[in-house]
Design a protein around this ligand. Structure first.
Ligand code: SF4
Length: 199
């Protein structure tokens, strides 16, 4: 049974790569801007992942957050310990730290996709919930051997600075993997919805 599940996950990952090539192929034909294309890919990935029943225990679900979510003047070194957030409310890390604690899942705040992959590869994880910009999510989803639900951050101050994410979306994605049932269609639609990032 476990073996069957692993094959299923490999199918998801393989389909993602195929999907990406198809979307890239469409780019030339339809002249779609790159960020929009990446957004389409992330959305399609989330739908694909949501169709497959992946149930993982809390300790095998990895939450990856970008460093730019943290308020840029915050002095707390929260990279691998969200508990160090003092909860001042200046950034969304505050709520995300509470969610991490509620579900007792491993979480890391990372600088960029390469570090995110390194974190994902060194643990015994079976699924990932990742928050990032379209660029980093696209790379992460394509290079990961694990199913990823990707949530695009909002960037009211431009790229890489004081970015935002709705904690509720992150919680929905976590619940999807922990509960292991077909996520409500609306949940995936909400998780995948295009952020208002001016492109
Ligand atoms: S909410 Fe936490 S991480 Fe954000 S600025 Fe305050 S102490 Fe720092």
């Amino acid at each position: 049974m476990k073996h069957k599940k692993r094959i299923g996950v490999r199918v998801i990952v393989g389909l993602n790569k195929l999907l990406f090539r198809l979307i890239i192929g469409m780019r030339g034909l339809l002249r779609i801007p790159k960020p929009k294309l990446q957004s389409l890919f992330i959305r399609a990935n989330n739908r694909l992942v949501s169709r497959y029943k992946v149930k993982v225990p809390a300790e095998e679900l990895l939450l990856l957050l970008p460093h730019c979510l943290q308020y840029n003047e915050c002095q707390q070194k929260i990279s691998d310990d969200l508990e160090l957030c003092e909860g001042c409310g200046r950034c969304d890390i505050c709520q995300l730290a509470q969610i991490r604690k509620k579900y007792q899942i491993p979480a890391f705040v990372v600088d960029g996709g390469q570090l995110a992959l390194a974190v994902a590869n060194r643990g015994n994880y079976r699924a990932i919930v990742a928050v990032a910009c379209e660029e980093e999510l696209e790379k992460g989803i394509l290079e990961s051997a694990l199913p990823v639900l990707g949530i695009v951050n909002r960037r009211p101050e431009g790229p890489c600075r004081n970015t935002k994410v709705e904690a509720e979306l992150v919680e929905r994605a976590i619940n999807f993997f922990l509960e292991g049932h077909q996520c409500l269609k609306e949940s995936i639609e909400v998780i995948s919805m295009r952020r208002n990032n001016n492109y």
